[in-house]
Design a protein around this ligand. Structure first.
Ligand code: PAF
Length: 285
């Protein structure tokens, strides 16, 4: 199969419709700068479906005014090669005017799932994500969409979006893909200097430390959070948040049970904001 790259929203809709006639369609929405984590999502999608479409769009509405929209890496040629290697049939790479044509004014607001964690420090982020994902899902039509669980909150928010708006999309979360030393793969890792790359290991060190304490019986939220924070800070990262929340509704936990909870971290290495998470007791980070 050869790869088709299209720019127009209407053409994307028509291509998805014709792919879906041949069997189940997989869809991986991305902002490009693809890495092995994305490739794992594509491969997972292609195991579950007949054909896979990928969107590559750096969505302006999900970036805050002081964030990295302008410097976000754009590597379309390499991205298309990676898609082709992974057996993807269709790439949708629109420009901003395709996704937000003149007169566009509708925004999709998420609920309580989006208010804590990253939603607290990035106030309009999930509205931007929900808006663009709703547009992409409307164009793709019935499909199985795959999201990475590094952005755990995004995965949950998008799952709820599809459910609440009766969109014909099944939303699957793929486990975090890590570098050999444990750093979660992210397009933003390429901003890191050598020193910051070392600091970034504080995320996984913090998660592992808290997970060890959990395995050894610690159930106090403050203790688990403190254990994580300590490691993150030891590595020279500046913490945005470390929180332990219930893994479904993402609300703060006062008590951890044996079924665990989501431990989520966001921290800055220099000006680069990195996130990572693990579900305590369910997976070794
Ligand atoms: O995770 C991402 O790359 C983006 O937030 C998404 C889901 C493609 C929406 O722009």
């Amino acid at each position: 199969v050869s790869l088709t790259v299209i720019r127009s929203a209407e053409e994307f809709r028509l291509h998805c419709r014709s792919l879906a006639e041949r069997g189940p369609l997989g869809f991986v929405p991305t902002m490009g700068a693809l890495h092995s984590g994305h490739v794992a999502l594509m491969r997972y999608a292609s195991q579950q479906t007949r054909s896979v479409a990928v969107s590559i769009f750096v969505n302006p509405t999900q970036f805050g005014p002081t964030e990295d929209l302008a410097r976000y890496p754009r590597t379309l040629e390499a991205d298309c090669a990676a898609c082709e290697d992974a057996g993807v049939e269709l790439v949708f790479a629109p420009d901003a005017a395709q996704m937000y044509p003149a007169g566009d004014q509708t925004r999709v607001r998420a609920g309580a799932l989006a208010t804590g964690l990253c939603g607290a420090s990035r106030p309009h982020h999930f509205e931007g994500v929900c808006t663009v994902v709703a547009k992409l899902f409307a164009l793709a039509g019935p499909c199985l969409a795959v999201f990475g669980r590094k952005d755990y909150q995004q995965w949950k928010v998008v799952q709820r979006l599809a459910r609440d708006l009766f969109l014909p999309v099944q939303v699957h979360g793929h486990p975090i893909v890590r570098e050999p030393d444990g750093l979660a793969m992210s397009s933003r890792n390429r901003y890191l200097s050598e020193e910051q790359r070392g600091q970034a290991l504080g995320l996984i060190a913090g998660l592992r430390q808290a997970n060890r304490r959990f395995q050894h019986g610690e159930r106090q939220v403050e203790e688990l959070v403190r254990a994580c924070r300590e490691r993150v800070e030891d590595h020279g990262l500046r913490i945005d948040y470390v929180e332990l929340v219930d893994a479904e509704e993402l609300q703060p936990l006062s008590q951890v049970t044996d079924s665990g909870g989501l431990l989520a971290v966001a921290a800055f290495a220099g000006s680069t904001r990195l996130i990572d998470n693990c579900v305590l007791g369910q997976e070794a980070p």
